[in-house]
Design a protein around this ligand. Structure first.
Ligand code: FES
Length: 356
């Protein structure tokens, strides 16, 4: 949208589009405003208030993630009043949960921990009252410890607005508010499909990916971007590895990726096959009907397949052969496969596992 509005942020004049929030505008010119509840591509709810800024002539500090810019607005992001409010908010969040970084899987990548450090808070100001919720360890994929939840609602919006699974919501209200599936069920008894989006967006250690637990600290992991091989969408993912093993998988949120950062249960969790000892790494051929499979070279395997297909085609005709392709191949591989069946074998008997 055309930039028709002029505002001033920390003394800099900025051109903004109608409807743009103060946060978006500040980020565009490289000004950092901390956020916790803000989650791109979901509704701005203004739940945490750590993104507060001063706006000249406004009655109070405003949440920059929700406030659209208006012509002539003068905004200050780093005044003593702003920092005092942010500190107070973070201190209250700290006191309301069990944020024990020593035993937290998110240690080193927790956004609350980062904010405590950034705001130079050296000790908790208020007595700490963790709610004492039981931890949901009902399944093998996602761990849910609501004692570490800051009620930012990012998981709720990711579940409802991004994945549209509609599993998570807020139960109860006020200081009893708690995020979870309907009737506060464990994940395994809910309609959760285990896409893991809630764990990906959680800023603290409240919802974490179980396979990653004790498998490697964030700073020990190597990040490698790759394309998911489970279907033809081409989801972009970041594999976090340690000692040549995948510890966890996160959707890549860079602009323009087909999945825009989201993954399904297979892309997120089904990685055991990569290093499984039963994984086939060499071709196996059964030369005659009742014989055992024998290891072969790729050259032997291709020659065997070509000979067999030629013989069948010669003796019984092209339409006695059918080819079944796979969703786990790329679009290009599937294209080549149908071309091979039609142009080389000479049959239209070609289908795909997605229609089985
Ligand atoms: S990030 Fe703006 S209110 Fe939470």
């Amino acid at each position: 949208m055309e930039k028709t509005i002029t505002v001033t942020i920390d003394g800099k004049e900025v051109l903004a589009s109608p409807g743009q929030t103060i946060l978006e505008c500040a980020r565009e010119i490289g000004i950092f405003i901390p956020t916790l509840c803000h989650l791109q591509n979901t509704t701005n709810v203004g739940a945490c208030r750590v993104c507060v800024v001063e706006v000249e002539n406004a009655r109070s500090l405003v949440a920059s993630c929700c406030m659209p810019v208006s012509p002539g607005m003068v905004i200050r992001t780093n005044t003593p009043a702003v920092r005092a409010a942010q500190k107070m908010i973070v201190e209250l969040l700290w006191s309301s949960g069990d944020h024990n970084c020593l035993v937290c899987e998110q240690n080193g990548q927790c956004e609350l921990q980062n904010l405590v450090y950034w705001l130079k808070i050296d000790k908790p100001r208020f007595p700490i009252h963790p709610p004492g919720y039981p931890v949901d360890e009902s399944n093998t994929m996602i761990s849910r410890d609501m004692n570490k939840c800051i009620l930012c609602g990012r998981c709720v919006r990711a579940c409802n607005e991004i994945q549209v699974n509609e599993v998570l919501d807020f139960a109860k209200r006020s200081s009893d508010a708690k995020v979870g599936p309907a009737f506060d069920a464990d994940y395994i008894d809910s309609v959760c499909v285990f896409c893991g989006e809630c764990a990906q967006v959680c800023p603290t250690g409240a919802i974490t990916l179980k396979p990653a637990k004790f498998a490697g600290r964030p700073w020990e992991l190597t990040k490698t971007r790759t394309t998911c091989a489970y279907c033809g969408v081409g989801c972009q993912m970041d594999l976090y590895t340690k000692d040549n093993k995948v510890v966890k998988v996160m959707g890549n949120r860079e602009y323009g990726t087909p999945n825009q950062g989201s993954l399904c249960v297979k892309g997120r969790f089904a990685m055991d096959f990569l290093t499984h000892p039963d994984r086939l790494t060499k071709p196996l051929i059964r030369y005659t009907k009742n014989e055992d499979l024998k290891e072969a070279t790729w050259e032997e395997a291709f020659t065997f397949i070509a000979d067999k297909l030629s013989t069948i085609k010669k003796e019984n005709g092209s339409d006695s052969i059918a080819g079944l392709s796979s969703a786990r191949c790329t679009n290009e591989e599937n294209y080549l496969f149908q071309k091979f069946m039609r142009a080389v074998i000479g049959t239209n008997n070609v289908d795909h596992c997605a229609r089985l």
